[in-house]
Design a protein around this ligand. Structure first.
Ligand code: FE2
Length: 235
């Protein structure tokens, strides 16, 4: 299993609040059978600088490595979850926030109804910054009536990442399965933030998907995710 979206690094965003919590989260991902995880702390471009963010992230990585057990824990890659702003497609420096060693750029869009301008700017990010955009937790944009825009983005090469929680509740599972069956989902993520209110639940999600439609679509997703990370540098 590949967990494409996590907040496991200690004290770098609203994710893990201590090195002890980071260790518990890593242990839990291993227990659930996650073999690879991408560390994607939040980056808010309007409130932060890339330089400061990278310094903070490096410090957190050094701390994480004190509890990291290569034999037991998932293989880890480092990236960021970058928040959208108007003009983001011209911010060349954000290229540094791709998953290390790759051109994979995890983007968080606003939680409101988008418009054509937002869609165009996402496509411009891919063109101008020369990155492959992965759109974070697409299930969270659907209640804002963005299905039409998600389709346009996906058809234009934007990769869609779904969160585990989509597949945990009966009322949302059906829609999630539909997206998987239509081969719209490129990556899955736990989006784990902590051990209590937002713990990793990717195993349950994967099991629910497999019960409904079997392993084949999951294998396709994980194979696709693996390919995206082919050139990534692990910790
Ligand atoms: Fe996130």
């Amino acid at each position: 299993m590949i967990d494409f979206h996590t907040h496991l690094l200690p004290n770098v965003d609203d994710g893990s609040k201590s090195i002890e919590e980071t260790k518990l989260l890593l242990d839990e991902l291993s227990r659930q059978g996650v073999g690879t995880a991408v560390l994607t702390p939040h980056f808010y471009p309007l409130a932060d600088t890339v330089k400061k963010f990278l310094e903070r992230r490096n410090k957190a990585i050094t701390e994480l490595l004190t509890v990291y057990d290569k034999k037991l824990h998932p293989l880890l890659f480092v990236g960021a979850e970058v928040a959208y702003f108007h003009g983001i497609s011209k911010a060349d420096e954000l290229r540094q926030l791709c998953v290390e060693g790759t051109d994979i750029f995890l983007l968080e869009l606003p939680f409101c109804k988008w418009d054509d301008g937002v869609v165009q700017e996402v496509l411009d990010i891919a063109d101008n910054l020369q990155v492959k955009v992965v759109l974070a937790h697409i299930n969270r944009y659907l209640p804002h009536k963005n299905a039409k825009y998600l389709d346009i983005l996906q058809k234009n090469g934007i990769i869609l990442q779904a969160n585990a929680e989509w597949f945990l509740e009966k009322k949302t599972l059906k829609k999630g399965i539909k997206y998987i069956k239509q081969e719209k989902i490129g990556c899955l993520g736990s989006d784990a933030h902590n051990t209590l209110t937002r713990p990793p639940r990717i195993r349950e999600a994967v099991d629910n998907i497999a019960i409904k439609i079997g392993d084949k679509p999951l294998n396709r997703i994980f194979e696709f995710s693996k390919n995206l990370l082919k050139k990534a540098k692990s910790l």
